[in-house]
Design a protein around this ligand. Sequence first.
Ligand SMILES: Nc1ncnc2c1ncn2[C@@H]1O[C@H](COP(=O)(O)OP(=O)(O)OP(=O)(O)O)[C@@H](O)[C@H]1O
Ligand SMILES: [Mg+2]
Length: 361
Amino acid sequence: MKFESLRIAGLRCLDGVAVTPSPGINVFVGSNGAGKTSVLEAAYLLSHGRSFRAGSRDVLLKRGATSLSVFAEVRSADGRVRRIGLGRDGSRWQARIDGDQAASLGALVQECAVVCFEPGSHDLIAGASDERRRFVDWGLFHVEHEFMGRWRRYQRALKQRNALLRAGGAAVDDASLAPWEAELASAGEDMTAYRRTYLDRLLPHVRSFMNNVLPELGVFSVRYRPGWDETEDLAATLVSRRLRDMARGHTTVGPHRADFSITFEHAPLREHLSRGQEKLCALACLLGQASLHAEIRGEWPVVCLDDLASELDRTHQEWVVAQLLGRDVQVFVTGTEIPSALVERPVTVFHVEQGAVTALL
Ligand SMILES: Nc1ncnc2c1ncn2[C@@H]1O[C@H](COP(=O)(O)OP(=O)(O)OP(=O)(O)O)[C@@H](O)[C@H]1O
Ligand SMILES: [Mg+2]
């Protein structure tokens, strides 16, 4: 998938911005605070329904503005062009596809694939488990269309069971809990199977990148923990956890607690990795995800590299650029100047200054 155009209004310092990126490597250059990362956030918003930076989607709204919108024309490898958009007017968010209101945010997200390596990406390795669940689930949303339905059913049932647990008292009995637990178990076991299969397919892709970026750490492996102790199935576990869950006021077991960990032969604990190694590990995972996406969907997602020159040493910058130059992939890179690895490469450069984006000829 490639962006043919991107129009941004009311997002942080960007207003009335129109970008026509090239299908190859695009570099956004400008001083600190100019709005470079915000351009990537706009692209990412269409693909994830949220930002990669901390905070709710609502902090993206330009100070003092009442509406925000990002529209794009995206072309897929089969030549199909779609017009997609996401906007906030007042307190409501609305997604649009080809002029019509999208059935859901999920429908929009499935039309747009962007992976982003940015200063917070090490959270994929060192951060909380929800980062890793989001990573796996985002990949699945794009390559396994059945997954989103299961995910939605699971979230709905989880909300209902949690509401009952919080209400407590006479409202909570077998008759009220059992239907939601059956739903959680059925959707949750399916989700778990999809996630396992996904990770199995992802592993060789990540490995091929990991062998290049962190060869000194030796063989790596991934361990998936589904969110409950699998000596019992999820249905039985939910029943046996009822009293404890009631005391806690929420559901303490299930795929919403799942996680995976990466360990290396020479760094068996996450804490053994330096911050730079965490970043490289996250980069290998993101490129691996993009590569698996390409294998299944027949095209690469858009790859964003925010602040490339300050995130990676020169050797790794050159490595990642070499990986991408040889492929049919659209890339958005940001920096205060053109990263040395991209000097004298065929790139399209945009200058960003105080929220204005201009193509340099
Ligand atoms: N909600 C908001 N409304 C208005 N301006 C905002 C909002 N949030 C952030 N900004 C401003 O938008 C500008 C652009 O930020 P952005 O992070 O995109 O800059 P950048 O070019 O990536 O800078 P850096 O090189 O420091 O990473 C900053 O000046 C920031 O203060
Ligand atoms: Mg930035």
